[in-house]
Design a protein around this ligand. Structure first.
Ligand SMILES: Cc1cc2nc3c(=O)[nH]c(=O)nc-3n(C[C@H](O)[C@H](O)[C@H](O)COP(=O)(O)OP(=O)(O)OC[C@H]3O[C@@H](n4cnc5c(N)ncnc54)[C@H](O)[C@@H]3O)c2cc1C
Length: 822
């Protein structure tokens, strides 16, 4: 009996914490229970210690609920300590932290995600006009793009391609129709870049850049009406080609440390003396700079002669400069790997500009960094993630087809378990990457600007692309290595480091930004505590007290939730759906509580030093990333109408994400800054051991099979890429794939009847004999012949006359040894 009463007491307290019952309500419940137990003792046995313990809990909670008392005893004492350990944040860091909004990331940090609100988010869709543009001009542009010719012959887009891009207003995707642009949604913008990238990366990047962080977007949000009226129609029509220059040799990832300057002074503009700026800059890596007519420039503004006011150091500022302005030097090109889009340096020497060339006019001097960070908060989720998903989809499309067509040891290589593994990785990862892309785009189109999620997308989808491409190369063997028009993978593979590096290099994004910014922005209480601690006003201590106690309740609740969900393997929580994905919802809820509790303990232990613990931050970032990917996968499955055939992909992606979450947390526990605490946290969140495993071999086999069959699942997986109908390598691959599938039964019949596998070398004879002996019909024979011929073409690779590769025409180029061997 005594044990039962003890269990009832513990259970009541846990239930209050698990359900995050507000403090006053908890006090009321505990007081009422104490009274009830006292009254009930007349009816049946209620031990006195139990009533007493109930009362103690009620009084303790009451103590916490009396604000002046808890401030006196606790929060006022912690206020000074918190101010000391709080990380120091520079102005540029603060502007980066403040940028954008929070969305589903806040739900993950809460430890108790509201799944029903996620499921209510609309499914991704395009307007009729957007779909027509994708099916019309985008397909037409794709048809005009010859990857080999562009990259290895012209090293530029052909002039008719440039003309088409400008004529069809590809540079005005995000510019509203009122200014002559197409006014497309983020969803459409991403779909266009994705499709173009599946055909040719150079064209995709060329279109992508004017529609992401640059003059167009900055003008839309911050430009004066006069600037908008002048430039936006010209940008939309392609009369101006924009670029945006932030990076300089000394300032790459740490772009805010730029040494490019603008000094306020008087100078001549259009025959009149005006107050303006004298600019000096040296920027590099700037996409479209070699052909740009309008240069967006970030620099640091100074006013040493106080022509504008008291302040000398005015801060980072953005201006728009026509490149024909005296002193501007552009034109040279860098040559990035794997793609030949225009990219190069830009320099300016004593370039005088009037103040109204500053984006937003003189009022926006010094606000440049904030503008850039705000734009990046949303924009980072569109362009580079689209490139990443495009790469994943092309890897899935081509690797599935090639693994079915290519035979070794007389079987399609995709049937070997060794090839099944990378095929499944490509399929599962691509499914999850696309789910995250689409979900985040819906959020953007609803007006959210989720800074942390956009950093997650940039990082994870470009890394995912790298992993998919590596696997695709392995599956293709020599076919992926030998370059030439027959190689549909090599350029995309070579170009991977570009998207890894730009718009926030990935190592920095993972180690510093995703969890660093997430912990401050998406955490329900940390930012409020920091703001209160920084606020010098007297009322700030009250705000600090409120945030501190709410934070303490949050930590306790997540501890209890982690324990209860851990002991019940997730069954203590309800899933918003029934069926095969219900368990994954429960596991994500469980891991969200585990992540939230672990994060809080790491932050409490390290305080401001956390900023320098990039390895721990990186592991917590991986956890957050995979909790988001998992959420997106479950949402996608619902949006797609729960197609049962897609379940292997869902299972693969969910098992991979849950396993990664577990292993990342394991890494945090092992490297916890205080010895012993990591083990305690591990016991709290995994009380019965580590439950998750990598996707099973069976799931992997099912995914690989889906990728090698013609199915709606495969179509959904690769939807959005350009499936070529021209006579080129990728078109030949896809049609050979379909022929091979269609002729498979007939081919098996020939093989079984004649006891010989059908190959390129013997098919003519075997098929003829099979028709003559009635094993297959003439129609089936034609199909087998076509499939064999198509397969032969697919496995072919290019070879070139040596003169073309070695430069034989130029005798000085020819080493003496060549004379002997040629
Ligand atoms: C093809 C191409 C196109 C580009 N287009 C443009 C453009 O249009 N406009 C523009 O302004 N810029 C552009 N850039 C510049 C791009 O944004 C920078 O290359 C990028 O910011 C990284 O700078 P960096 O190359 O100097 O690398 P670095 O800053 O030298 O970084 C090197 C490595 O150190 C890591 N690192 C740096 N700091 C940290 C840290 N605190 N913690 C952990 N790791 C860290 C980085 O992640 C990276 O892996 C382009 C670059 C390329 C290559």
């Amino acid at each position: 009996m005594e044990i039962l009463y003890f269990a009832v007491l513990i259970f009541t307290v846990l239930l209050l914490a698990y359900n995050r019952v507000p403090l006053l309500v908890a006090v009321a419940i505990m007081v009422s229970l104490t009274v009830v137990w006292t009254e009930l003792r007349h009816l049946f046995y209620v031990p006195s210690w139990f009533r007493f313990a109930n009362g103690i809990v009620a009084v303790t909670l009451m103590g916490f609920a009396i604000k002046p008392l808890r401030r006196l005893l606790i929060s006022d004492r912690l206020y000074g300590w918190f101010r000391r350990v709080m990380p120091s944040v520079s102005d540029t860091e603060q502007e980066a932290l403040d940028a954008g909004t929070v969305w589903w990331d806040a739900q993950i940090f809460s430890g108790r995600p509201r799944w029903r609100s996620l499921l209510k988010v609309p499914a991704p869709s395009l307007s009729e006009k957007e779909q027509a543009f994708l099916d019309g001009p985008v397909d037409e542009l794709c048809r005009m793009l010859d990857d080999w010719e562009i990259c290895d012959k012209h090293r530029n887009l052909p002039s008719e391609v440039w003309d088409f891009i400008l004529e069809k207003r590809f540079f005005g995707l995000i510019i509203p129709e009122a200014y002559g642009g197409l006014g497309f949604s983020a969803q459409a913008n991403s779909a266009i870049v994705l499709k173009l990238a599946s055909r040719n990366l150079t064209a995709a990047v060329t279109v992508m850049v004017p529609n992401s962080l640059g003059p167009g977007e900055l003008l839309l949000h911050y430009g004066t009406e006069q600037q908008k009226q002048h430039y936006l129609p010209r940008l939309a029509s392609g009369d101006e080609i924009p670029c945006f220059a932030l990076t300089s040799p000394a300032a790459g990832s740490d772009a805010a440390s730029m040494t490019d300057t603008g000094v306020i002074c008087k100078g001549m503009h259009q025959g009149k003396e005006v107050i303006g700026m004298r600019l000096n800059w040296n920027k590099r890596y700037i996409t479209l700079a070699p052909v740009a007519t309008l240069l967006g420039l970030a620099f640091k503004a100074y006013d040493p002669d106080h022509l504008l006011g008291e302040k000398e150091n005015l801060g980072i500022t953005c201006a728009l400069i026509p490149v024909d302005t005296a002193g501007v030097e552009t034109g040279n090109r860098h040559m990035p790997v794997g793609a030949v889009f225009m990219n190069g340096p830009t320099r300016g020497k004593d370039v005088f500009i009037p103040l109204d060339w500053i984006i937003g006019g003189p009022a926006q001097i010094g606000n440049g960094w904030r503008m850039l960070m705000q734009s990046l908060a949303a924009g980072r989720a569109i362009s580079l993630p689209a490139l990443g998903v495009s790469g994943g989809k092309m890897a899935a499309l081509t690797s599935g087809a090639y693994a079915r067509i290519r035979r070794q040891f007389n079987i399609p290589i995709g049937n070997f378990e060794g090839i099944e593994e990378p095929l499944a990785r490509i399929g599962g990862r691509t499914y999850a990457m696309d789910a995250a892309r689409q979900l985040t785009l819906v959020a953007l189109d609803q007006g959210h600007r989720p800074a942390v999620l956009s950093a997650i997308l940039k990082y994870q989808l470009t890394e995912g692309n790298r992993l998919c491409m590596n696997d695709a190369m392995d599956i293709h063997g020599g076919k992926g290595i030998v370059t030439g028009p027959e190689n549909y993978l090599a350029h995309a593979y070579q170009a991977i480091p570009i998207s890894i590096t730009v718009e926030g290099a990935n190592i920095l994004t993972r180690s510093l930004i995703i969890f660093g910014q997430g912990a401050i922005r998406a955490h329900p209480w940390l930012l409020k505590e920091m703001e209160a601690a920084r606020d010098p006003r007297p009322g700030a201590r009250r705000a600090f007290d409120k945030a501190l106690f709410a934070h303490a309740g949050h930590v306790i609740s997540n501890l209890v939730r982690s324990l209860m969900l851990g002991f019940t393997a997730g069954w203590a929580t309800r899933a918003p759906v029934t069926g095969p994905t219900a368990t994954y919802f429960r596991q994500l809820t469980r891991m969200s509580a585990a992540f939230s509790f672990t994060s809080d303990l790491v932050l409490i232990t390290l305080g401001g030093k956390f900023k320098f613990k990039e390895k721990l931050s990186g592991r917590l970032a991986d956890t957050l990333i995979h909790l988001y990917l998992g959420s997106a996968v479950l949402k996608r499955f619902e949006d797609d109408g729960r197609p049962e055939e897609d379940l292997p992909l869902v299972r693969w992606a969910m098992e991979d994400s849950l396993y990664t979450v577990q292993e990342s947390l394991r890494g945090v526990f092992r490297n916890f800054p205080l010895p012993g605490i990591g083990t305690l946290v591990k016991w709290a969140v995994f009380p019965l051991g580590m439950p998750y495993n990598q996707p099973s071999d069976r799931t992997g086999k099912q995914v690989a099979k889906l990728m090698m069959t013609d199915s709606e699942t495969r179509d959904r997986l690769v939807s959005g890429v350009y499936i070529s109908d021209c006579d080129d390598a990728s078109c030949r691959l896809e049609s050979a794939f379909h022929l091979v599938l269609k002729s498979a039964n007939a081919e098996n019949a020939v093989r079984n009847a004649l006891k010989k596998p059908v190959t390129f070398d013997n098919y003519r004879d075997l098929v003829q004999r099979a028709v003559e002996s009635g094993v297959i019909t003439e129609e089936q024979a034609t199909m087998v012949r076509l499939a064999q011929e198509a397969s032969r073409k697919v496995i072919e690779v290019d070879d070139f006359p040596r003169s073309k590769i070695e430069g034989f025409e130029d005798p000085a180029f020819r080493p003496a040894v060549m004379e002997k061997v040629s």
